[in-house]
Design a protein around this ligand. Sequence first.
Ligand code: FAD
Length: 289
Amino acid sequence: MRIDDILKNKKTLSFEVFPPKKTETETAKLFDTIRELKKLQPDFISVTYGAGGSNARNSAEIAGFIKSEGIEPLAHITGGPSAPQEIDEVASGLKELGVENVLALRGDKPVGYDGDYCKYFRHATNLQEYLKKYGFTMGAACYPEGHSECESLYADLVNLKKKEDCGAKFFITQIFYDNSYYYRLVNEARKIGITSPIIPGIMPITNPKNIARIKTMCGSTIPMELRNMLEIYSDNPVVMREVGLNYAAYQIMDLTAKGAPGVHLYIMNRADTALEIYGRLKNFFNELY
Ligand code: FAD
């Protein structure tokens, strides 16, 4: 089912998973995770895609598995250095699997990559244009604190409008820990005529490693009150996890109350994270989603 159609009728609960490093045991473990996530009746599960197509086959296999479990898959595709024929292979493979929804992205130059990373698809919009012939329902990424390469939030928003004009029917945000960035993004986006739903992406901080990763990879601000709590409990992983999960639950309550169209949880392939968040907000999800 088209994700934009689902969003017309209800708030969505969705999760992101990523293809594990290529061993059969790891993939089997991820399949178990997906079976666990199914218990929460997610509206869709997205599968990431290695920059430059590094794990395209694995990613498609996982999208196919999600579909076979009766859950709607959202397959990420990154353009960047992939030649059009490589994108054709990926797109037709997904079509054969019955995947209807894709998240069109540019991707980032991996560390040590030599050459023009954006040789074939400079921006997500170029990939969106190319994918049009396949008839997928397309989503795209957006950045509550602005994309790191963009000179201003406004310039980034103008580019976001280009993504909508190129066919993006919904957006999923980069992770954020201060909801006011999300509200600002939505307000400013509406002012310049962007009408598509903007789904907030939430990633609970559940261990100290997450903090460094968030800072370097996503550039997301961690508010002082959260940072203080995480630091105080940094040598007590059980309590620290509790802080991270409760903070994510608080973010979701606030976002839902203020009209967010759903929530997309970055769970780092851990079903227990999803189940624990769900457990904290059971009535919220049952009554309002
Ligand atoms: P773009 O839309 O190309 O934006 C990059 C920069 O270019 C921005 O500064 C933007 O303002 C500007 N820009 C955009 N369009 C134009 C235009 N038409 N003209 C001029 N400037 C423009 N990475 C992966 O490798 N695999 C994944 O699966 C993956 N999934 C993600 C999912 C989400 C929800 C998010 C938020 C990010 C994801 N990423 C993934 C990371 C993403 O690839 C990087 O953030 C990357 O730096 C930008 O991707 P983009 O699609 O937003 O690029």
